[in-house]
Design a protein around this ligand. Structure first.
Ligand SMILES: Cc1ncc(COP(=O)(O)O)c(C=O)c1O
Length: 364
């Protein structure tokens, strides 16, 4: 059997054809009409008024914070279990991330602990909908409103996931997505900001283009950077967006198949997932401890099946090791979690083989 990696991007003839057509048309490669078309597709899909695409999902989080005026002296609440970019973006704009433990049932911020962590310096909550899951988003919004805080949604993993039918990333002041290679759609690298606030959008637009509002005119109204996209990426992104609805459906089917095939293994557990709303980006499981997890990884690796460890808890990483607190859920999650092969091109037969090997491991 050919090796199955934990995750691979997927593109095909449609992307190749669209790229050839674009290059034949003599486009300027940098962001222009194709980028606007890609942005409109994202806005329409997520149901947001404005979308701006940028270089990646880390930069989009930085721009979101920057546009909200968050910087030196400000605190932003960030979950202790997330991809490190959520916390890094806060540091990179000069603010301070305040790490808060997660709720073990959703792997998202614990809202009671979030409220306890609010201080007079807190300006925003960065809510991360990890793997497309969320708690009651009305409560998240209410908490931010109650304390007069901005809500930035890091929805990097949530394209295609909703809460009660409303797309994740659209509950807060600004939502952020990523199109890095393993995401449900990819442009190689890439990120998007979504908002319903015209003023914020206009700031985002200027920040990503050196601080000017018009690409052709060299007048710089504010500080900015170059975080522009390219039409080359947009050409791929447009074709990937056309496949998104099918991909969302397939991710759900894959998750369900894994869950059904592994349901009788008592040492392995799935997180409660409402597949009506959530389209899990990665197939995630929790094991009883890191020792057994390591043996399973090795066992599968020998059989040509790739897996990936969950992210480390942020406070265990060198740039954040001075942060102390009660992080028991993020620590346990990070020690027990494993991502199984999740590429969209996996067939049901592939998944059956993977699950058979996992079952075999636990029966030994
Ligand atoms: C939750 C989360 N936030 C931010 C990022 C950063 O996105 P990018 O890799 O596009 O910079 C990622 C990437 O995986 C992510 O999963």
């Amino acid at each position: 059997m050919k090796r199955i990696n934990q995750m691979e991007p997927w593109y095909g003839e449609e992307e190749k054809r669209a790229m050839a057509e674009y290059l034949d048309s003599g486009g300027w490669l940098t962001e222009f009409k194709k980028t606007r078309e890609f942005e409109q597709m994202i806005a329409a899909y997520t149901g947001s008024c404005y979308t701006s695409v940028v270089t990646n999902g880390t930069v989009s989080l930085m721009i979101a914070l920057w546009a909200l005026g968050i910087g030196r002296g400000d605190e932003v609440i960030v979950p202790d279990y997330t991809m490190i970019a959520s916390a890094n973006a806060v540091v990179l704009v000069g603010a301070e991330p305040v790490l808060v433990d997660i709720d073990a049932s959703t792997l998202c911020l614990d809202l009671a602990m979030t409220e306890n962590a609010i201080t007079p310096r807190t300006r925003a909550i960065m809510f991360v909908s990890i793997n497309g899951r969320s708690p009651d988003m009305n409560q998240v919004v209410a908490l931010a409103h109650k304390h007069n805080l901005y809500l930035v949604e890091d929805a990097a993993q949530s394209l295609g996931s909703r809460y009660q039918g409303k797309h994740l990333g659209t509950f807060g002041d600004i939502g952020s997505f990523s199109f890095s290679a393993p995401k449900i759609i990819t442009t190689g690298q890439g990120g998007a900001l979504v908002t319903d606030d015209e003023k914020l959008f206009s700031k985002i637009w200027r920040i990503k283009d050196f601080g000017r509002s018009n690409g052709g005119i060299d007048y710089y109204e504010m500080m900015g950077l170059n975080a522009k996209f390219t039409d080359l990426q947009a050409v791929i992104g447009i074709e990937q967006m056309k496949k998104l609805e099918w991909r969302v459906k397939r991710k759900k089917e894959m998750y369900k198949l894994y869950r059904d095939l592994l349901k009788d293994i008592e040492h392995l557990r799935f997180i409660d997932t409402n597949l009506e709303d959530c389209s899990p980006w990665f197939i995630d499981i929790l094991l009883e401890g890191s020792e057994r997890r390591n043996r399973l990884i090795h066992f599968l690796d020998l059989r040509g099946i790739g897996t990936r460890l969950f992210y480390p808890a942020i406070h265990t990483q060198p740039p954040y090791s001075n942060i102390k607190g009660d992080f028991r859920n993020s620590e346990t999650t990070s020690e027990r979690g494993l991502w199984l092969p999740s590429s969209l091109f996996l067939t049901d037969e592939n998944i059956e083989v993977i699950c058979k090997e996992i079952t075999c491991f636990f029966q030994r």
